[in-house]
Write a protein that binds this ligand. Structure first.
Ligand SMILES: C[S@@+](CC[C@H](N)C(=O)[O-])C[C@H]1O[C@@H](n2cnc3c(N)ncnc32)[C@H](O)[C@@H]1O
Length: 264
């Protein structure tokens, strides 16, 4: 199967050509509920979920970024239903992460502004790779650490705090024109990922040269970030218009060095 390529077809068809245990990592945002009508393309969630499980390597991770529509006064809960279905077919719900938008579109009405989407991290068995992103700890120097001595009594000793700790599972991003990406062309697609989000997830769950798949490639964000982080990639996108857009975006970014590193 040709890698470094966006297949202009239903992702079910692309996956039907992949052997079992083929990709190391999947990151995607499906066309959820019917919030946007992508030219009426249908989305067969259950079939797709099973195929994603089949083609993912043992130890691989799937990042599924979704939110819910509000319908007749209630959130649909589709994201939860999907998460439970993924569990039912064998995925491990490894971590329910949050994609927090610092600057979401303001909403009216009797609800707080919608600030987040889920970033469900599903794994096929235990994740084989975890390179946690770290941040500096706030407090430095010595800390009191409780310790039970040989005689069973609690004593306190001073230990040096580590200067770094892994992040919490809420990831914060500013979004919108010029922020999600600097690529003007990408905004012709209505629902792009912030590039930083894809980068953070890719480097957490994969190593260099691993194979990343995005079944709903849209404007090509996953492909672009995979290239920048030296991962191999493959994508599906049903709309011809978006495939043309994504290919143009990649061309604009990588006209010079892509051929050199052999990724396209
Ligand atoms: C939420 S968007 C993804 C946007 C992408 N994350 C980005 O950064 O540009 C979902 C995409 O899935 C595509 N799509 C819908 N049904 C599909 C299917 N069955 N197979 C492949 N792509 C599909 C839509 O055309 C749309 O571009």
């Amino acid at each position: 199967m040709e890698l470094q390529k966006i297949y202009n077809e239903d992702c079910l068809f692309t996956m039907s050509k992949m052997p079992n245990d083929f990709v190391d990592f999947i990151i995607t945002s499906p066309p959820y509920d019917d919030l946007r009508n992508y030219n009426g393309y249908k989305f067969e969630f259950e079939k797709i979920a099973k195929e994603l499980f089949r083609i993912l390597k043992t130890g691989g991770v799937l990042i599924w970024v979704v939110g819910d529509k509000t319908e007749d006064g209630s959130e649909t809960g589709t994201s939860f239903k999907q998460a439970l279905y993924f569990k039912e077919i064998g995925f491990n719900l490894h971590d329910t992460m949050i994609y927090y938008k610092n600057n979401p579109m303001p909403t009216t009405g009797n609800r707080y502004h919608q600030h987040f989407e889920y970033m469900f991290a599903f794994s096929k068995n235990t994740p084989k790779t975890f390179n946690p992103i770290k941040e500096e700890t706030k407090y430095k120097g010595l800390a009191n650490m409780k310790n039970r001595g040989e005689n069973g009594n609690l004593d306190y000793k001073k230990v040096e705090r580590t200067s770094e700790k892994k992040l919490g599972n809420v990831f914060f991003y500013s979004i919108g024109g010029g922020i999600s990406t600097k690529d003007k062309i990408a905004y012709q697609h209505p629902a792009i990922f912030p590039e930083q989000l894809v980068y953070d997830q890719i480097i957490t769950w994969t190593n260099e040269f691993d194979l990343v798949y995005d079944p709903f490639m849209g404007s090509g964000t996953t492909a672009k970030v995979a290239i920048l982080s030296n991962r191999q990639w493959i994508g599906s996108e049903i709309s011809k218009e978006y495939v043309v857009l994504a290919e143009q975006r990649l061309k604009e970014n990588f006209s010079h060095n892509l051929f050199q590193n052999g990724f396209i």
